[in-house]
Design a protein around this ligand. Sequence first.
Ligand code: ZN
Length: 241
Amino acid sequence: MAYAVISDVHSNLHALESVLKDIGDRGIDEVYFVGDAVGYGPLPDRCLDLLRDNCTVLIAGNHDWAVLGFTSIEYFNENAVAAVNYTKEVMSDEHLEFLESFKLVKSCVERDAFFVHATPLNPENWDYLFSLKDAAVNFEVFRQKICFIGHSHTPVIIEQKSSGEMLIHKNAAEINPGSRYMVNDGSVGQPRDGDPRASYCVMNSHKIEIVRVGYEVRKTQKEMEVVGLPSRLIERLSYGY
Ligand code: ZN
């Protein structure tokens, strides 16, 4: 049975709605979320309602933890800090409590999969995978066939063959019996690979696929303008940076 993996929604309701509709249109009813429900965008509570209704697994990201006060925001830039402060102001206590229930990591036996926002090695450090060397270290940390991550907002599929050789796939990869995989599904609500369309991942028994879905960017941007979120955060949605 196919399933979907989504992440980095960042309070962008229209992007999330488009992605969930696309998932539904494919007849997929199992969705895993790998972190950053909130931050950057205008409608955190509405996005959390949809995630609650649609996702089997909910993983916390650094922006989620920042809003909860669980992680330092020293390394956040001023726009990200402004968004964290805005998010804290507008979220209901009930939604904050729900966000608190998100896990740092999760393994799923039936999928032979591991889920984490940043890296399996030190999830709470919120490190980025910069190289295949970083990936090789992380392949040693989880035991499952596949690990799903988010965080960089840039989709990529890394395959490690049984020989140790590693390959990078951009949009899709066949699932080979001897190989293991690390997959970044990209970002639903703030893509950064130059393509403004929302990004997520569809998995079936033989293939990993990165899927792109257009949404009404302008609608989200207008909502951001109304609540006074930083212009840099509004503009970047047009370009996917
Ligand atoms: Zn993020």
